[in-house]
Design a protein around this ligand. Structure first.
Ligand SMILES: [Zn+2]
Length: 137
């Protein structure tokens, strides 16, 4: 169970490999795995290091900052949580891993600096999204 502000408990979310990510998301903390043997960062989570195959991977907190590697605007209504048009992007974190996410509070261009924000969802941990650095909020 994850303790929420105000003392409410949330049910566990994710599987044993991904649950730490969602528990951190509930605290609005963006974490990725880092190999304790060679220092390689990786996301999404895996039981071993992609660089050296060590199983000494541990979760570490990121800066929550990065740059837009690629992005597109979705104009079709395909996901109930998102109202088109919206931006889907690949953000490269300063630590190295890339993740597929949304850009909010745009406009935004490839290469722009972004920082993590959190999209609240009913009954689920908040979703990490990104906003351009310098955007309010
Ligand atoms: Zn490694």
């Amino acid at each position: 169970m994850t303790e929420r502000p105000g003392g409410q408990s949330a049910p566990a979310y994710g599987d044993p490999l991904t649950a730490p990510f969602w528990e951190a998301a509930a605290r609005r903390e963006l974490i990725v795995q880092r190999c304790q043997t060679c220092g390689h960062y990786q996301f999404y989570p895996r039981p071993y290091c992609l660089a050296c195959q060590s199983d000494t991977v541990a979760w570490v907190t990121t800066s929550g900052r990065g740059a837009v590697h690629s992005m597109t605007t979705v104009h079709m209504d395909i996901a109930p949580e998102f109202t088109p048009p919206y931006l889907v992007a690949i953000v490269e974190l300063d630590e190295g891993p890339r993740l597929i996410t949304n850009i909010v509070d745009g406009p935004c261009r490839i290469g722009d600096r972004v920082r993590v924000a959190w999209k609240d969802r009913d009954g689920m941990p908040p979703l990490p999204v990104f906003r351009p650095e310098g955007a309010d909020g």
